[in-house]
Ligand binder design. Structure first.
Ligand SMILES: NC(=O)c1ccc[n+]([C@@H]2O[C@H](COP(=O)([O-])OP(=O)(O)OC[C@H]3O[C@@H](n4cnc5c(N)ncnc54)[C@H](O)[C@@H]3O)[C@@H](O)[C@H]2O)c1
Length: 354
């Protein structure tokens, strides 16, 4: 039997994994306790997605377990053992601002929770491919010290810099910068996933996400950039732009494109705890101002937003992921979803949820 275990299976990336794998695996085990509602309030709950997945896929089985609870997770790994061929760990406290509210909750979910999955995989299914969703926040605020230039609607990196062509690659240091507590707990997890690859020779891979996005996101002010922006564009609720003149640039990758990266790795895994930057890259990115304009175009309405001078602590001014390493390892893979298509999908889905 081929079984996949997906943590955070009702969130954006986890649920995309379930849909993507439903016709490729015999059984998909999901683990999600709707912790997102605890972090960001009821409006960010992912419970709606649980029923969607359960109704759609006969081979999907959900467990309402907390990833901090080792003994409950052990029951699952013990039951399915070596039939587990793939573990995708996406559950997390995902917001850098929220982490400062409850550092221990953040760390025990992001760092200890990841260690639970690694150790259980090592004990019960050591040959399984192990995929971890890390973040560009592991680079802390180092990207803010790149030579940036101000354009009319966005910040951009100087054309003479090597990152201009493709963006920031995996060689940027993760050391000695301001990460936010979230960035620090993800660094701990990221390095641990690398270590299980290098020390125990397991097939682990780390995907350091830029902005991950898609119609299944349950956007909230503190997490889910485009999803929350579109939600405000539809409802007319006030959106706050934090600092950098609204010209901060993010690259945005559709959840399907990211999960397709996971799939390519699964089909032909590399050893040694591989690290890949994963985002929209030069193909799909926007500044805050450009994103607002796009939302206005799609909804046909002016957005209700205000500007606050203070940027979020450690927030990136300009971040574009360089995907060259992944593309070199997997030349068949490419982005499928442009920013415009992704935002239109978010619009269609969000209309029915607000
Ligand atoms: N969305 C982004 O822009 C982004 C960017 C970079 C990295 N990431 C990383 O990608 C991963 C997935 O992000 P997402 O946007 O799909 O997040 P999400 O919040 O949509 O999904 C995560 C899911 O995990 C669940 N969860 C959280 N803590 C849990 C716990 N203790 N026990 C059980 N379930 C728990 C939540 O209820 C939620 O359904 C995360 O690890 C995040 O840090 C996300």
């Amino acid at each position: 039997m081929n079984i996949a275990i997906i943590s955070g299976s009702h969130g954006l990336i986890g649920s995309e994994c379930v849909s993507f794998l439903a016709d490729k695996m015999d059984l998909i085990i999901g683990i999600d306790n709707d912790q997102r509602a605890y972090f960001f309030g009821k409006e960010a709950s992912t419970e709606w997605n649980k029923s969607v997945l359960e109704n759609k896929y006969q081979n999907y089985k959900a467990y309402n377990f907390d990833i901090r609870d080792y003994s409950n997770l052990e029951k699952i790994f013990n039951e399915y053992g070596k039939d587990v061929k793939l573990v995708i760990h996406t559950a997390a406290q995902p917001s850098h601002d929220w982490a400062a509210k409850e550092p221990i909750t953040d760390f025990t979910i992001n760092a200890n929770g990841t260690l639970n999955f690694l150790e259980l995989s090592r004990l019960f299914c050591p040959s399984a491919i192990f995929i971890f969703t890390s973040t560009n926040k592991v680079y802390g605020d180092l990207p803010n010290y790149l030579p940036l230039v101000e354009l009319e609607k966005r910040w951009e990196i100087s054309e003479s810099h090597p990152y201009f062509k493709n963006g920031i690659d995996e060689n940027m240091s993760i050391d000695n910068s301001k990460h936010s507590l979230f960035g620090a707990s993800k660094v701990a997890a990221d390095v641990m996933v690398q270590e299980y690859g290098k020390y125990f020779d397991m097939k682990t891979a780390i995907f350091r996400g830029g902005c991950l996005t898609g119609p299944q996101h349950s956007g909230a002010q503190l997490h889910g950039f485009l999803s929350y922006l579109m939600k405000c564009a539809i409802t007319g609720n006030e959106y706050t732009v934090f600092g950098y003149k609204g010209k901060q640039v993010r690259d945005n990758i559709h959840s399907w494109d990211l999960v397709n990266m996971f799939w390519h790795f699964y089909k032909s895994p590399k050893s040694g705890g591989q690290v890949y930057n994963a985002g929209g890259g030069r193909f799909s990115n926007c500044s805050m101002m450009e994103a607002i304009e796009l939302c206005e175009e799609i909804t046909g309405k002016k957005m209700n937003y205000k500007y606050a001078d203070n940027n979020r602590i450690g927030d990136h001014i300009w971040y574009i992921s360089d995907l060259s390493k992944f593309k070199e390892h997997y030349p068949q893979w490419n982005h499928q979803y442009s920013l415009e298509v992704t935002l239109s999908q978010i619009f269609e889905n969000m209309k029915q949820r607000v």
